[in-house]
Ligand binder design. Sequence first.
Ligand code: CP
Length: 319
Amino acid sequence: MNKVKGLKTKDLLGLRYLSAEDINLILDTTQSMKEVMTRPVRKVPALLGKNIVTLFYEPSTRTRTSFDVAAKNLSANTTNIGLAQSSVKKGETLIDTAKNLEVMGYDGVIIRHKMSGAPHLLAENIKGAVINAGDGCNEHPTQGLLDMFTMKEKKGDLAGKKVVIVGDIAHSRVARSNIWGLNKLGAKVVVVGPPTLIPIGITEMGCEVSYNLEKAISDADFINVLRIQLERQEEGLFPSVEEYHKLYGITVDRLKKCKPDVVVMHPGPINRGVEISSEVADGPYNVILEQVTNGVAVRMAVLFLLLSGKKPMLMKKGL
Ligand code: CP
């Protein structure tokens, strides 16, 4: 159990479990970490001597690398294990894998897994911190946090801001973490997509549903565009990617009918010409690469709060 006046659990499993106070603590700490990232030497000794392992059973470019950079910026030792190199390939269970890592002296495990709930299972079975880096269609909490941090950087307090999440809501852990987190910070969330990609009951999470993209985005402050996850879909959920682009793709023509300061976001990786046009992905409306930079700072903040044992207020005085 984390003893500092900070996060109330030893793990970060999902934004559904965090209070607005927890989320704001992480976002405030992220601001301090961004300052560290601007220094000529982007390294502080906050996690010196801590060992962290990233256990990724699904592909990743941004999340795994940014956790690795974040941990190194805090002076932790890091090890990366992918599915191909792991003894899971020989039949070892996830719990046995984690218990073996724990007795080697790992303080924290960052896990991405195709099964929803895999990080929760680990958290119950090891003493170290478990951080969910994406579990099935359930949650991707650090993505939700970096999205909210980026939104706050662009437009300040999120209370009352309208965030439209567009696309494959059914298969999206990013959408779920955004909905949980944004609700807690008082934003209004609307999800838009083809009816086959909007799950029944999603409104119970605290969002509205629209099937009319242009109407939904007309007064949006933020449009968070989701990747079409063909790898998680059974066939036939929409006719073709061309058709999807025509009906739900974010294009400059569509953005011209929105608020002039609308901000377009995407968790990456992007499918150019499917959910977003190249003109938007490379143009002035989007903050996609800023999200990636903020991802390092958010992950530094999460690692610091879970593993340093220091009071967050120390951050204000410098690390
Ligand atoms: N946004 C995100 O999770 O990207 P990766 O799959 O590359 O980690």
